[in-house]
Write a protein that binds this ligand. Structure first.
Ligand SMILES: CC(C)(COP(=O)(O)OP(=O)(O)OC[C@H]1O[C@@H](n2cnc3c(N)ncnc32)[C@H](O)[C@@H]1OP(=O)(O)O)[C@@H](O)C(=O)NCCC(=O)NCCS
Length: 167
């Protein structure tokens, strides 16, 4: 396990999907982090429906010290040989501690094991933190979507489409 800054001593990864009976508490934790992170929050019910879709997997980063506290999450949808990171967010108080890096590493490792060829995602052009995070993993910009995501001023920002290509 890597060393993390701040109060997190270690991060455990936990996967939820339709097969392993995720709890209401888990969906509530994810919804809380989502609400604090995006202008258009997803409810626990919406997250549950998403989690039950074929090919969708939700990774939870859990604080190993208590085994329960959700630090952040990533949702990915995989089809035959392609995948899309639908969203990722980390609790405000746990940011810049390597949580998102850990989530992406794990998702990419699993997708590689499933013989995935490409991973796509969309990121607002204004979201410099997320863009930097993805660039560190060698995601490359391959397109743009106009007026894609709602911003905190009530307007819409364009998004870059980014792709990670497995070797
Ligand atoms: C983007 C987000 C997921 C990053 O999560 P995080 O756990 O804080 O990221 P990490 O600590 O793993 O950072 C990994 C790298 O990403 C980059 N990064 C992360 N946050 C950054 C910031 N605020 N500014 C610049 N670079 C940043 C850095 O390169 C960082 O490496 P470093 O700390 O060694 O410099 C988090 O800020 C978040 O939840 N934002 C709100 C939701 C969101 O925008 N999601 C993305 C939707 S596309």
């Amino acid at each position: 396990m890597q060393n993390y800054q701040k109060q997190i001593s270690a991060i455990a990864m936990f996967e939820i999907s339709a097969e392993n009976n995720p709890t209401v508490r888990q969906y509530r934790q994810i919804a809380r982090i989502h609400e604090a992170s995006f202008a258009e929050p997803w409810s626990p019910e919406v997250l549950r429906s998403l989690g039950e879709m074929t090919g969708v997997k939700i990774y939870l980063a859990i604080d190993s010290d208590d085994g329960k506290n959700c630090l952040g999450f990533l949702i990915v949808r995989a089809t035959a040989d392609e995948a899309e990171i639908l969203t990722i967010a980390v609790g405000v108080e746990h940011r810049r501690s390597g949580v998102a890096r850990c989530l992406i590493k794990r998702a990419i490792r699993d997708l590689r094991d499933q013989s995935c060829l490409h991973v796509f995602l969309e990121v607002s052009v204004a979201n410099l933190a997320a863009k930097r995070l993805y660039e560190n993993f060698e995601f490359k910009v391959v397109g743009t979507r106009t007026a894609y995501s709602r911003n905190s001023d009530g307007g819409y920002d364009d998004a870059s489409v980014m792709r990670y290509q497995f070797n």
